[in-house]
Design a protein around this ligand. Structure first.
Ligand SMILES: [Zn+2]
Length: 193
């Protein structure tokens, strides 16, 4: 069996053994907010935002982008589970800054093996065949963190299914300090009315 699988199952057994009163938690987030953030392994939203089980919704994808699917989750979050405030949190040194749609599509067209990151960016080291299916996906890459947070806050703010009364805050998490740095234009664009 894979050692990752073994390790995860062993960690889970230990977690479940001291599960305690978490069995009594209700589905709606007790603190009534949702965070949209990146899947980056260095980010621990529970740690950086002070969350415990049952507190908040955390929606994660590559970049923490306001994709159609992230919006689907945010709409369910407020409409059915009562959240009242949203955070969009991107981060410094995000992998989404190191490629473009064009590059991703060309890498995938050549090989499905993991690409290597060199001084000039990602390049394929694996063998083919690849697939042209990458051309049908918008990869939602990031050229500038401040701009991407602002874009995503604006997209959520202007979405017809998101009520005007929900404030949306925009921040960048600094992977070198652990701090959340506000993007004031984004928070301003996300103000509730
Ligand atoms: Zn990231």
């Amino acid at each position: 069996m894979s050692s990752v699988l073994n390790d995860v199952l062993a960690a889970n057994a230990a977690y479940a053994a001291s599960f305690g009163t978490k069995s009594e938690l209700a589905p709606p987030p007790a603190r009534r907010f949702a965070i949209l953030t990146c899947m980056d392994a260095r980010l621990d939203p529970a740690g950086y935002a002070g969350l415990r089980e049952g507190d908040a919704h955390v929606i994660r994808n590559a970049g923490g982008r306001a994709s159609d699917d992230a919006i689907r989750s945010l709409v369910i979050s407020y409409k059915l589970l009562g959240t009242r405030e949203f955070f969009v949190i991107h981060h410094t040194n995000c992998g989404m800054e190191f490629f473009t749609d064009e590059l991703m599509r060309s890498l995938l067209a050549k090989s499905l093996e993991t690409a290597a990151l060199g001084p000039d960016g990602f390049h394929d080291v694996g063998s083919g065949p690849g697939s042209s299916e990458g051309a049908h996906i918008a990869w939602l890459t990031i050229a500038d963190q401040q701009a991407s947070v602002l874009d995503d806050v604006r997209r959520i703010r202007s979405h017809p299914l998101v009520p005007a009364g929900i404030p949306i805050y925009g921040h960048i998490y600094d992977v070198h300090s652990g701090r959340l740095i506000e993007v004031p234009e984004a928070t301003s664009a996300g103000r509730a009315s």
